[in-house]
Write a protein that binds this ligand. Sequence first.
Ligand code: SF4
Ligand code: SF4
Length: 319
Amino acid sequence: MGKLKIAGYWASSCGGCEIATLEIGEKIVELAQVADIVFWPALVDFKYQDVEKMPDKSIDVCLFNGAIQTSDNEHLAKLMRAKSKVLVAYGSCAYEGCIPGLANMSNREGVFQRVYFDTESTVNPNKILPQTSCKVPEGELELPEFYDTVRTLAQTVEVDYFVPGCPPVGKQTWAVLEAIIQGKLPPPGSVVGAGRQILCEECPRTREEKKLKAIYRPHEIIADPEKCLLEQGLLCAGIATREGCGALCPKAGMPCTGCYGPPEGVNDQGARFLSAVASIIDSDDPVEINRILDSIRDPVGTFYRYSLPNSILKRSVIR
Ligand code: SF4
Ligand code: SF4
């Protein structure tokens, strides 16, 4: 059997997933023995035309990270789908929309207003905004269109597998690559490189009864290093998040923010997290309940930090 042909692409994301792939460490030598990289702009200088000339389904597997926020992202999603036998939504942005997906609280006009006019560091006296075409002495340049709504990869093209994480941890990335190399992938549509249960199952902190009288941000208290963070009033999303990272954040004293997405069988991670928090508020007094809930500074960023485009809500309504 010849070498596997693998590809990678980086759409709307921070680039962390690209770097995280290198966390496979010395396994990269093993990978190089069985696979050739045929397209991966962050690692090697390929052009889009190189891929467009390839026969359909000639790439064995493409790890596609990043959400779909521009016409360029959409073009590459469709191109990589056509050229790849297996398309993997690699990382939280491709899988669920992640941080770029919080732009769904606004639209293009709102995002541009903030970024190009309102931020404290912006100097833009001529009120210049990105254009989709621009005349220069050499001819006309075309730039991607910025969309009103961020979509996941699976909301754009058919996806074979999903790898959660912001970014996925190295051992899980290798588990996925190893499964591809050995041809031992689960049924299409599966989440790979993670467990099925909630993060609390792999968290070493002790759990007793959950009762919330107050909600804190991490800098507001010194948390007990042994006890469940949620029981101490820190909004830990472990109860609504898929296991797989090894509970990295709670082990380091920080609440999980939910980057591994919903556990098996849960459609809307934010709704699950929200209902879990609501169920442990220790009061029957509406005034006290409101006081406790009002102390959540950023409800969307807390409950839907990684999953707004993939949630039942998808985006806010702009009138
Ligand atoms: S600290 Fe978070 S992950 Fe650990 S048991 Fe508590 S809620 Fe679950
Ligand atoms: S603990 Fe939560 S936020 Fe931290 S890496 Fe794991 S899933 Fe992501």
